[in-house]
Design a protein around this ligand. Structure first.
Ligand code: GTP
Ligand code: MG
Length: 188
């Protein structure tokens, strides 16, 4: 067996977007976590940041799971230099704060320490399948589609970084493999 390549990946996005849930689910999918993974629906808001390790697709990931809370967002940039790639998580149901996510993203995209590095966007809490009746989920505001999110974040204007957007659901695991596969292409 060849030695897995060690890479540092940063996972960022606003608070409550689902970063920790995504990482916990990815760890469950690989079964390779060093400590027992919790269920994705048992997560609590991250304080500061957590470091997690797991192997996937021949890559040994060290993930810096940052808190998205406003008072901790200044910690993100401390990990830019060592990060090989960024996972940026957006809550598809949080229309009101998409512009806040865009401000944070724009600051990252202009950072020298992230120059040229790949960005994987998870459009998380993705809209339920279209065969569901819209009346099934009256309590949840209509989720944005990945296209809406790509437009809201002006992703098509990104020309200095490889990027991709993948709809995801951290509770079911939908999309996480696809996203990780895209990312490992740049890391393996
Ligand atoms: P901070 O650590 O505060 O920055 O938040 P976070 O981005 O790590 O979010 P976290 O993983 O703690 O998830 C926030 C809430 O969203 C939790 O109640 C999760 O169960 C829920 N959640 C995460 N992903 C999904 C998803 O895909 N769908 C749904 N419906 N809920 C989700
Ligand atoms: Mg978290």
């Amino acid at each position: 067996k060849t030695k897995a390549r060690d890479v540092n990946v940063l996972i960022v996005g606003l608070d409550n977007s689902g970063k920790t849930s995504i990482i916990e689910k990815m760890k469950l999918q690989t079964g390779g976590s060093r400590r027992r993974a919790q269920g994705a629906n048992e997560v609590t808001p991250t304080v500061g940041f957590n470091v997690d390790t797991f192997s996937k697709g021949g890559v040994a990931f060290t993930v810096f799971d940052m808190s998205g809370a406003g008072r901790y967002r200044n910690l993100w940039e401390q990990h830019y230099r060592e990060a090989k790639a960024v996972m940026f998580v957006v809550d598809s149901a949080d229309k009101l704060r998409l512009c806040v996510a865009k401000d944070e993203l724009d600051a990252m995209l202009s950072s020298r320490d992230l120059r040229g590095k790949p960005f994987l966007f998870f459009a998380n809490k993705a809209r339920p399948p279209s065969h569901w009746s819209p009346y099934d989920r009256m309590d949840v505001p209509a989720a944005l589609s990945p296209v809406d999110i790509a437009q809201g974040l002006s992703l098509d204007e990104i020309d200095q970084h490889p990027w991709q957007i993948v709809p995801s659901n951290a509770l079911t695991g939908t999309g996480l493999q696809e996203g990780a596969d895209w990312l490992t292409n740049f890391l393996a």
